[in-house]
Design a protein around this ligand. Structure first.
Ligand code: RB5
Length: 143
């Protein structure tokens, strides 16, 4: 599984922690930035990472800003992206099982590192309930 990872300055620290986690779990990923805590605009990185996921270059994305709102709003403007802002494991699980979310958005100023790691773990290891009532709903989103 190939993952597109990105953040703005407010999500930078958590992104670095998640990067370490992905490395330790053996995931293949690309870091789209930010590469420091210097102020930058989250739509720039959220858009390029989301487009790369939508184009099929990556299987999933993990995007982080201060609240997770800016990156999720941006990513959801890209056709084919279903970005889910999650602050708990249950929502992360449902975002995969019911919504087939392909991008996870996190708030670096909202949740701690350990919780974020568990949310990422759940997001990357939970499958979509394909063939269920949820498939037709996700198809409607796409239409
Ligand atoms: C940056 O200050 C902050 O606005 C940004 O990281 C994000 O939370 C926006 O939604």
């Amino acid at each position: 599984m190939k993952i597109a990872l990105g953040s703005d300055h407010a999500g930078f620290r958590l992104k670095e922690d998640i990067k370490e986690f992905l490395q330790s779990e053996g995931y293949d990923f690309e870091d789209f930035g930010a590469f420091s805590e210097d102020s930058m605009d989250y739509p720039d990185i959220a858009r390029s990472a989301a487009e790369a996921v939508a184009e099929g270059k990556f299987d999933r994305g993990v995007l982080i800003c201060g609240t997770g709102l800016g990156v999720s709003i941006t990513a959801n403007k890209v056709r084919g992206i279903r970005a889910a802002l999650c602050s708990d494991e249950y929502t992360a699980r449902m975002s995969r099982q019911h919504n087939n979310a392909n991008i996870l958005a996190l708030g670096g100023r909202v949740i701690g590192v350990e919780l974020a790691r568990e949310i990422v773990r759940v997001f990357l290891t939970t499958g979509f309930d394909a063939g269920s009532r949820h498939a037709k709903r996700v198809a409607k989103i796409e239409r």
